[in-house]
Design a binder for this molecule. Structure first.
Ligand code: CAA
Length: 388
């Protein structure tokens, strides 16, 4: 029996800022963003969107297909939790009308926790193959204005149905992991934006890749040459290029720059238009590969590298299942990205600075999002979500 991803669906806000607009305001060369970091646009959440509404919108097509009683567990991964106690997935559970027997829990470790969730989901299914687990990764990436990280913001959510004999990807059981206590990117409870030592974080990312790969080679018989495509965590597109060059160097592959690019470029297309979504980024990259590559990927092996600052990382592999194309949400994703609205710099600032009330008063939030679900109010410190 194989276990893996049966369906994968993502959602992002209908607003974006073009990084040329940001560059103009900052007096920066736009090529620094377009070429230097490999990003064009960054998604900005509407004022009535957050990790819950993004997540519910991402999971909606899956639940509409399989029904509200079919999911046994929701594992909700996020860096941008909205509550220190209550799991955000419980709101999603209600919005989607799921059965009360479905358990829900939230997982945290920076951008890595979605991969922990996927591995835990696979273990739950391996123990009881009749179960179907919904993994959701949802984040709103925020850095300080005028900081080097500002151009690498974004927002989005991915929902993945993990089950036995999946239709899209069989996840292979071996993986290589690396954990190290470092301060490269973190967000104390009292902050809404991340603190980051940018250059150091890219260095730690690359070291973690090397260590995870070494551990993977101890655990698995799969070698570099057995892997066709590579999906890396995508804080920005250029990071994948740095990572893939490093992995090729470690393995002394002697590949040309063109050969290296061909193994990662299809994974970068969506992220370039959405920006960093922390936990969801690598899995949006996976959607990009499966949906945008004009080639049948059946039986191809994909290497996935998940990195969460702080730091925990994991390298694992998966094989594409025959007929996977019919299980994808390609058209829906294309429409989502096509129908977005570009923001002016002033509109971006208004969304960025939109009040986050903390006084316990009654705060009604005007409708704005194009998604099915929205945050309608924050009253008595309680968040109220509704269907639009
Ligand atoms: N035309 C073309 N390229 C240009 C250029 C121009 N006019 N100007 C600069 N560039 C290039 C630079 O040469 C550089 O390329 P290399 O990295 O290949 O040398 C690139 O553009 C970036 O330029 P800088 O290094 O000067 O950029 P910066 O210091 O202002 O910021 C950053 C870069 C540190 C990554 C910053 O975006 C940042 O802090 N981001 C947030 C942290 C982050 O994403 N870290 C990644 C690892 S941690 C992680 O993965 C977890 C997570 O999700 C956050």
């Amino acid at each position: 029996m194989s276990v893996g991803i049966d369906e994968i669906s993502f959602y992002t806000s209908s607003y974006y800022l073009d990084l040329r607009t940001l560059a103009e305001r900052q007096g920066t060369d736009p090529n620094k963003y377009y070429d230097g970091i490999g990003q064009e646009k960054m998604a900005m959440a509407a004022h009535d969107e957050d990790i819950v509404t993004l997540a519910a919108n991402a999971a909606l097509p899956i639940v509409e297909r399989i029904g509200t009683d079919a999911i046994s567990t929701i594992l909700f991964a996020t860096e941008t939790g909205i509550d220190q106690s209550k799991a955000a997935g419980v709101y999603v559970h209600r919005l989607l009308g799921l059965n009360s027997r479905c358990r829900v829990v939230e997982l945290k470790h920076a951008c890595y926790s979605a991969t922990a969730a996927v591995q835990m989901a696979c273990a739950l299914v391996a123990r009881n193959p009749s179960k179907q687990v919904l993994v959701i990764a949802s984040d709103v990436a925020r850095y300080d204005l005028d900081s080097p990280g500002e151009a690498t913001q974004g927002c989005g959510a991915v929902a993945m149905l993990i089950k036995a004999n999946p239709r899209v990807l069989e996840i292979e059981p071996e993986s290589g992991t690396h954990t190290e206590d470092v301060m490269d990117f973190w967000r104390p409870n009292y902050r809404t934006t991340a603190l980051v030592d940018g250059k150091y974080s890219t260095k730690i990312y690359l070291t973690s890749l090397k260590r995870s790969w070494e551990n993977f080679c101890e655990e698995s018989a799969v070698r570099y040459g057995d892997i066709d495509y590579f999906c890396y965590h995508l804080p920005f597109g250029k990071m994948a290029q740095k990572a893939h060059s490093q992995l090729a160097r470690v393995n002394k592959t002697g590949q040309t720059p063109e050969e290296l690019a061909a193994q990662i470029e299809p994974t970068l297309i969506y992220n370039r238009l959405i920006g960093n979504c922390y936990t969801a980024s690598m899995y949006i990259g996976l959607c990009s590969l499966l949906e945008q590559l004009n080639e049948d990927l059946t039986d191809k092996r994909i290497g996935l590298f998940s990195y969460g600052s702080g730091s925990v990382s994991e390298f694992f592999t998966a094989k594409v299942v025959s007929g996977y194309q019919s299980a994808l949400n390609t058209v829906r994703h294309a429409e989502l990205l096509k129908d977005r609205t570009e923001l002016s710099y002033e509109e971006y600032l208004t969304l960025y600075r939109y009040p986050d009330p903390r006084d316990g008063g009654q705060h009604v939030i005007e409708p704005d999002t194009q998604g099915r679900f929205r945050l309608a109010a924050i009253s008595d410190h309680k968040r109220e979500y509704v269907e639009r």
